[in-house]
Structures are given as structure tokens and as C-alpha cells.
Design a protein around this ligand. Structure first.
Ligand code: FMN
Length: 541
């Protein structure tokens, strides 16, 4: 019996070709190897009862073969055909694929440079780093990739405007021409300054956008702010401060704030946990409304992030209309990521259900949570306990003695007095105002003490602090488990083989591979079940 199943009568096409039967694949494993040849058109042929496949090259010089019915065919497909070619042109890249920032330099210089060298776009994890460290990264990346592509993360800092402003100063000073803007709730003068300061009119009287913004959002109201031109009030303020010119203010009023909007669904780290399958079409519809209203010369592109962990999820995003896809979680387990070996090995063992929401250090008091790994670490449980205590008590002193002792022994491994001493030292060096605000506010003091643990647990994970493994805070979303499931048994199961570029290549190649399968399926041609799996093979380029 034929291993290819037909659910519609395609032989009525009645197209015949003369083919050497030796060149037609009828068995599962042979069919699979023909399907993997994405550079070749693939033909589905029928010889009597048997249905098989052959490549365009197999059809050549087959005049002396057997006459078979040509049931259907699919065209060659390369990874560069997925997504919006304008996205690739704008950033000078080969695939509509980007790796998102990972804070504290987890998305390291090595990662960004490895991607950039082969024409992929990666965003450096500038969040949480001090300005001299960001500057060091800019220098290193610009030296390795003088013509790009690369991006830097500009993260909104609700409580520390100076940090956001300082990052923009650095980006403008060093000519960083692409930022991935994230965590914004609305537009700030900093992001508007970055955008407007890069505008100019060229000799043909056209607006040239020098500073590109890829805005990552998970809500329609924030998306619409980035899809519209900068607000007149902010432009006016920047103009009166002398931060932008009159021409720049005028030009900024006619272009959107962002070139690209990354729709972020359920992801690692900060997330609204929305399903991509619903969020992406909604933001695409919003884009259409805004485009109809403003008639931009270059419509805003909309990409997809959150849950891209295997070829099928990437293909789903493209099929829904994503201009590009963005991965995050999967890259933290890659060799170039600045996470510890222990964290990477925990990530590589994770299943999809091994992630959970836990309190975030930066917005702890507000009860904001982020998505982290729960298997192999007690961090989520301990962080939740801290938040519970914070909610229930007005000060450290009000916490029952027994609970306090437990905290000191199990979580802090030090006296609370000692933790407060370290906290004061930290903020006095970085932001003394935080310590000022604690006076007469014991609840706030308690928050700062608890944030000592929340802040350090990320560092322990990144630097591989020995003895603190049970407290590692490792950001990850369900994409990590889905990725591990997909690569099980392949060379990418082994962490030391996970190179960012190869992961990217296989996700995209697998998506292209699956696309042709779906095209055949829609025509009523069902390939054997084993062909459904695109298994990554080691790179040989
Ligand atoms: C460890 C880690 C750190 C992250 N840090 C940041 C960050 O600093 N800034 C940011 O914009 N996004 C950050 N993200 C989000 C990623 O850039 C990306 O948008 C997201 O991970 C995509 O979803 P996924 O995790 O489902 O792949 C982080 C994600 C992870 C896993």
C-alpha cells in the first residue's frame, strides 16, 4: 500500500510525465530526504497504485522512463522567502528572524556578533547594565560589525528616568542606529528624542530615518502609541530644550514612532501571558486601521515573539501575517549567552510546563510578575513567599520571629541587618534617593531588603554562583520546553551544540519545510507521519 495518502482525486489532472522509477521515492525515509531538498521543486507522481515523490532534477533526461501521472508539485522554497522582504532590506539581514534582548548582557556581545556575521539581527541585552558596561558593548559590537546588523535594547525605566536617558545619550553618541524598545507603557521624551534626532531630509526631499525603532509590545494601547507619530507636546519640549532641530520636529510629526512592532505573547521574563494566535491578528488589524488613517509611505511591519520555540510555531506566525519572528528563551540555552553552565543545563532539561510566574525585582511592590524556570530551582517559591510577607506585614519587625528566622536561614543565609547594610551600600553608590525614601517608611525598607534577594538571584544564575544553585532566577517561557521536545535525539539536544545561528537556521528551515507539507496537504496529499518531523542536522557550512 502506498505510504502517501490521497484524500482527493488528483489523477483527473491527467498530466503525464516519463520518469525513471528508480528516481521516485515511495518509501518513508526516501520521501523524507527528497522533501528536505528545499532548493528543488518537488513532484508528487502516481505509478499505478503507488504514489511517490521526485525532484525537478529527477524529471530531467527521463524520456526513456515509465509514464506516470503528475499529481501535483510544490516550488522550491528558501528561508529568505518567509516574512517581509522589507524587514530584511531595512536591517540588511538574510532571514526575517531576530533574537530579542536578554537583560544583564545575557544576550551578549558574542551572541550579537555571531548573528551579525551571518546576516542575522540580534539585540544586545543592555537592560540592567551600568552605562560604562553598555558603552563597552557598543564599542565591541561596532568594531566587529561596522556595518551592522545589530540592535541595542532600550528598556523603559519607570522609576529611574536617568537610566533610560543615559542609554539614549550613549546610543546617539555612538551612532547606534537600531534599538529594540521594550517595557514602555507610553512614549517618553527619551525614546522620542532617539527617534527624532535621526531624521533628516535627503536631496530628493524624502525623509530619511537614521534611528530605527523596533518596539516590543503586548497591548493594543501601547502598540497604537508607537504606530502613531510622536506627540506634539513631547516634540515641542525637545525642541525648546535644543535636543532636536525644528526640521526634525516637523519630520517626526509625519512618521510613525516605530518602524517595526514586535507583538510579544506568552514569553520568558516580563509577559502578559497572551496567546500569540489571538494577539498577533489583533495588532495586525490595528496596524491596518492606523495605516488607513496616516497613509505612511512605508507601512509599519508587525513581527511575532513569545512562544516561538520550533519550526511549526514560527510557520504559524508567518501564516498569520507576521513580518518576522523573534526568539528569546531558546537563545539563553545557547553557547554565546552569558548565562552559567548550570542554568543552561537546567534550561535544556525543561519541559513546557516547567515555567511559572514569580515576583519581579524591578516592580516587586506593584505585584508585577515575570516568567521563570521552576524545575531545578526554588527561586519561584521563595520569591512568592517574600511577596506574600510584603503584602501581609507593614514592616520587617512586624513579621513573626519564627518567619524571620526562616528567612534568614533559608533565603538570605545571613541576618536581616546584614542584608540591609548591603542594600544601603548598593543604593548609596547607585541611587541614594532610594534610601532617602525609606525614612519613615518601614514597608518600603522591607521591599528593598526583599529585592536584595530578587536582584541577586539573577546574577547568581548568570555568573554561576556556587552553592546558590537552588536560588537561581532563570527567565524562561514555554518556548524553551517546546524547543527541547523538538530537538530531543538530535545534535541540538546537547547544550554545547546550541549555537544561536544554528538554532535560528533550523527554526526557519524547518518552517519552510513544513510549509511545503501543508501546501501538499491542502491539495489532498498526506505524506507519511515521519515526514512531519523536521529533525535538525549538524551544520556543514
Ligand atoms: C533570559 C531572558 C531575558 C530577557 N530580557 C529582556 C530584556 O532585557 N529586554 C527585553 O526587551 N526583552 C527581554 N526578554 C524577552 C526576549 O527579548 C523575547 O522578546 C522573548 O523571550 C520572546 O519570547 P520567548 O521567550 O517565548 O521566546 C528576555 C527573555 C529572556 C528569556
Amino acid at each position: 500500500m502506498s505510504q502517501i495518502r490521497l484524500t482527493s482525486n488528483l489523477s483527473t489532472n491527467n498530466e503525464q510525465a516519463s520518469i525513471d522509477p528508480q528516481k521516485v521515492a515511495f518509501a518513508e525515509s526516501d520521501i523524507l530526504s527528497k522533501l528536505l531538498r528545499l532548493d528543488q521543486a518537488l513532484y508528487v507522481v502516481q505509478n499505478g497504485e503507488a504514489v511517490g515523490v521526485c525532484l525537478a532534477e529527477d524529471l530531467k533526461d527521463s524520456v526513456a522512463g515509465t509514464s506516470m501521472s503528475l499529481l501535483s508539485h510544490v516550488e522550491p522554497l528558501h528561508v529568505g522567502q518567509l516574512g517581509d522582504p522589507e524587514f530584511m532590506r531595512a536591517y540588511g539581514i538574510n532571514m526575517a528572524y531576530m533574537t530579542g534582548a536578554m537583560a544583564n548582557g545575557i544576550a551578549s556581545e558574542e551572541l550579537v556578533i555571531a548573528s551579525g556575521k551571518v546576516g542575522l539581527l540580534s539585540s544586545f541585552g543592555a537592560a540592567g547594565l551600568v552605562p560604562p558596561r553598555i558603552e563597552e558593548a557598543i564599542n565591541k559590537i561596532q568594531q566587529a560589525l561596522p556595518n551592522g546588523p545589530y540592535a541595542f535594547n532600550l528598556i523603559h525605566s519607570p522609576s529611574e528616568d536617568a537610566i533610560e536617558r543615559g542609554a539614549v545619550d550613549l546610543f546617539l553618541k555612538h551612532g547606534v542606529t537600531t534599538v529594540e524598545a521594550s517595557a514602555f507603557l507610553g512614549l517618553t521624551p527619551n525614546i522620542v528624542r532617539y527617534r527624532a534626532a535621526g531624521l533628516r531630509l535627503n536631496a530628493q526631499n524624502q525623509v530619511e530615518i537614521g534611528n530605527r525603532v523596533i518596539a516590543k509590545i503586548s497591548r493594543t494601547e501601547v502598540a497604537s502609541k508607537f504606530m502613531m507619530p510622536a506627540p506634539a507636546t513631547i516634540l515641542q519640549q525637545l525642541l525648546s530644550e535644543g535636543s532636536i532641530t525644528e526640521e526634525q520636529a516637523r519630520l517626526a510629526a509625519n512618521i510613525p514612532m516605530a518602524d517595526d512592532i514586535t507583538v510579544e505573547a506568552d514569553s520568558g521574563g516580563h509577559t502578559d501571558n497572551r496567546p500569540l494566535i489571538l494577539l498577533l491578528p489583533t495588532i495586525l488589524a490595528l496596524r491596518e486601521q492606523i495605516q488607513a488613517k496616516f497613509g505612511y509611505n512605508q507601512p509599519i511591519r508587525v513581527g511575532a515573539a513569545g512562544g516561538i520555540g520550533n519550526p511549526a510555531s514560527a510557520l504559524a506566525a508567518f501564516m498569520m501575517g507576521a513580518a518576522y519572528v523573534v526568539t528569546g528563551s531558546v537563545n539563553q540555552s545557547c553557547v554565546e549567552a552569558a548565562a552559567s553552565a548550570h542554568s543552561k543545563s537546567l534550561l535544556a532539561q525543561a519541559e513546557m510546563t516547567d515555567v511559572i510566574m514569580a515576583p519581579a525585582a524591578d516592580m516587586f511592590e506593584m505585584g508585577v510578575e515575570l516568567q521563570v524556570l521552576k524545575r531545578g530551582t526554588m527561586f519561584p517559591m521563595r520569591a512568592k513567599k517574600l511577596y506574600e510577607l510584603y503584602k501581609n506585614y507593614e514592616s520587617i519587625e512586624a513579621i513573626p520571629q519564627e518567619e524571620r528566622e526562616k528567612l534568614e536561614q533559608q533565603v538570605f543565609r545571613s541576618s536581616i541587618d546584614e542584608i540591609w547594610r548591603q542594600t544601603e551600600e548598593h543604593f548609596n553608590a547607585r541611587d541614594p534617593h532610594q534610601i532617602e525614601r525609606v525614612k519613615d517608611n518601614p514597608k518600603r525598607k522591607m521591599a528593598l531588603i526583599f529585592r536584595w534577594y530578587l536582584g541577586l538571584s539573577s546574577r547568581w544564575s548568570n555568573f554561576g554562583e556556587q552553592g546558590r544553585e537552588a536560588d537561581y532566577q532563570i527567565w524562561a517561557g514555554p518556548a524553551m520546553g517546546a524547543f527541547n521536545y523538538w530537538v530531543k535525539g538530535s545534535y541540538l539536544e546537547e547544550v554545547s551544540n546550541r549555537k544561536t545561528v544554528e538554532v535560528a537556521w533550523h527554526i526557519m528551515t524547518g518552517a519552510a519545510y513544513l510549509y511545503r507539507l501543508r501546501l501538499l496537504q491542502i491539495q489532498g496529499i498526506w505524506l507519511p507521519p515521519a515526514c512531519e518531523m523536521y529533525v535538525p542536522q549538524p551544520f556543514s557550512v
